[in-house]
Design a protein around this ligand. Structure first.
Ligand code: COA
Length: 279
């Protein structure tokens, strides 16, 4: 296969505006006294409803405006919306309310014309927000559009991690991503599960994706699974058990079909039939 490193794309003239805005946002987030809900509200109101940005309060209360307009305006403020994880019995409300405005800004920015597929600005903004949402966020974190979290605050992320578009990172029981991990488009990583008898019986289990792992297109990793270093979960696979280091797992349930040629000798034995005992 040919080596195809990423191309360099020229800066757009508006990049200076973006850099100033990101610097402002970064200063505000570094300041412990910043009201994050207010910051999110101001940012989203200027993005979506610049005509109401300066009189947002009055407009929301103005009963001459159509109800959907008022509701749309109100939704710029994270205190006026609810996110699904807030309903979870194990949600640590104090922690969640601290990150909720940043999650709402992240998700809403992704639906705006300035955000979404706009790669450079989107990656920079998400990198900035991730540092204030995650338990730990390493160097050079890169997330593309429409990534979703459960709590966000249970994410522990190493250096040079890439998360592609439409990925679900359910960090309810905790997700640890090591260094140089890549999560491809539409992949799902879970860290909670429900009893097959009683839906409300929930088990949280931390899911660990070690250094150099690739979780590829549309793959799913179930709660509590450990994907060991340099392992790979193939397209559409469902990893229900631990994945051995340097092994490539495919299918449902995912099984090892090959070992990467660069695997150290200790990892080269392919045991397709005994994967179930490998945990
Ligand atoms: C897992 C993957 C890397 C395997 O690639 P590979 O090492 O070249 O393996 P092969 O294509 O030789 O396949 C080995 C066997 O597994 C099967 N297989 C490969 N990928 C599979 C998948 N995702 N699901 C089910 N079976 C799969 C093949 O059909 C083949 O079966 P066979 O031996 O019965 O013919 C690849 O199929 C895959 O899923 N790629 C995802 C794309 C990717 O790399 N994404 C990352 C982008 S960031």
């Amino acid at each position: 296969m040919p080596m195809l490193p990423l191309r360099t794309v020229a800066d757009s003239p508006v990049r200076a505006i973006a850099k100033d805005w990101l610097a402002e946002l970064s200063d505000a987030l570094d300041d412990a006294h910043t009201d994050r809900a207010e910051l999110c509200r101001r940012t989203l109101a200027s993005l979506y409803h610049p005509e109401y940005a300066s009189n947002w309060d009055t407009a929301v209360r103005d009963d001459k405006l159509p109800a959907p307009t008022r509701l749309g305006l109100a939704a710029m403020d994270p205190r006026n919306i609810t996110l699904e994880p807030e309903y979870y019995g194990d949600c640590d409300d104090a922690r969640f309310q601290r990150v909720k405005p940043l999650l709402w800004l992240w998700y809403s920015f992704d639906r705006s014309p300035a955000g979404g597929q706009n790669v450079w600005l989107g990656v920079e903004l998400r990198r900035l927000l991730a540092r204030h949402i995650f338990k730990r966020c390493g160097e050079n974190f890169k997330a593309f559009q429409h990534v979703e979290f459960s709590f966000g605050y249970n994410m522990d992320v190493g250096d040079h991690v890439v998360v592609h578009r439409h990925v679900l990172l359910d960090d309810r029981g905790g997700i640890r991503l090591g260094n140089n991990v890549s999560i491809s488009d539409y992949a799902n990583i879970y860290s909670h599960t429900h009893s097959i008898v009683e839906q409300r019986d929930v088990t949280n289990a931390a899911t660990v994706i070690e250094d150099g792992v690739r979780i590829t297109y549309h793959a799913t990793v179930l709660a509590g699974v450990q994907v060991h270093e340099q392992g790979m979960v193939g397209a559409m696979a469902v990893a229900t058990k631990d994945v051995r280091p340097y092994h490539v797992y495919v299918g449902i349930p995912a099984k090892s079909v090959r070992v990467k040629p660069n695997a150290p000798a200790a990892h080269t034995i392919l045991r397709t039939s005994s994967d179930r005992q490998s945990k």
